[in-house]
Design a protein around this ligand. Structure first.
Ligand code: SF4
Ligand code: SF4
Length: 174
């Protein structure tokens, strides 16, 4: 069924982007420690300052399907434990950050702030990460509106960025 194929593609792309963010390692290594220093070690929200999984998602069956799988694995928003002193209105933001290891909404997968994008440009010479472009590509993968060729191209561009940040001195074979 097309909807299932689209969801599988979406989750594969989420995995590729997670690998890219892991290799880049900017948020946890450079940004969050600064916030923690200012908060005296108390939990921080950094950029998770809204219920983005609600406000940015489309009213579309493909999003309902993603949400259904998310809630099977991680629970519904209203079932999340609310911290005594919450730092974010997002129900999925726990003391250690987002509790969703997979099945995030497109905006939550794609987002990079200006500071992190500037670092990607200045340190690795990667000028191709446009977070709204990535957001829409994820949306279209989920809804089935991205062509097979564009999907393949998008995957390859993420893999190329990951290689570049993981091994910046190596020439890209592609
Ligand atoms: S995206 Fe930006 S603000 Fe959010 S955690 Fe990463 S570096 Fe910090
Ligand atoms: S779902 Fe996760 S990534 Fe998205 S806003 Fe909430 S805490 Fe942040």
């Amino acid at each position: 069924m097309a909807a299932e194929k689209n969801l599988v593609r979406y989750l594969e792309t989420e995995t590729l982007l997670n690998e890219f963010f892991r290799a880049f390692d900017y948020c946890l290594k450079t940004c969050i420690p600064g916030f923690l220093e200012k908060s005296g070690g108390k939990p921080v929200a950094a950029c998770c300052k809204n219920r983005y999984h609600v406000i940015c998602d489309l009213d579309h069956p493909a999003y309902d399907r993603l949400r259904q799988e998310r809630e099977i694995r991680f629970g519904k928003p209203e079932e999340q434990a609310i911290p005594a002193d919450p730092v974010s209105p997002c129900e999925y933001h726990g003391p250690q950050g987002c509790v969703l290891k997979t099945h995030k909404s497109p905006i939550c997968v794609a987002f990079m702030c200006r500071k992190s994008i500037d670092t990607l440009r200045e340190t690795y010479g990667i000028f191709t990460y446009d977070y709204l472009g990535v957001y829409y590509a994820l949306e279209w993968i989920l809804t089935g509106d991205l062509s097979d060729a564009s999907y393949q191209e998008f995957r390859e561009s993420i893999e190329a960025m990951t290689r570049q940040v993981a091994h910046p001195s190596l020439p890209d074979p592609k």
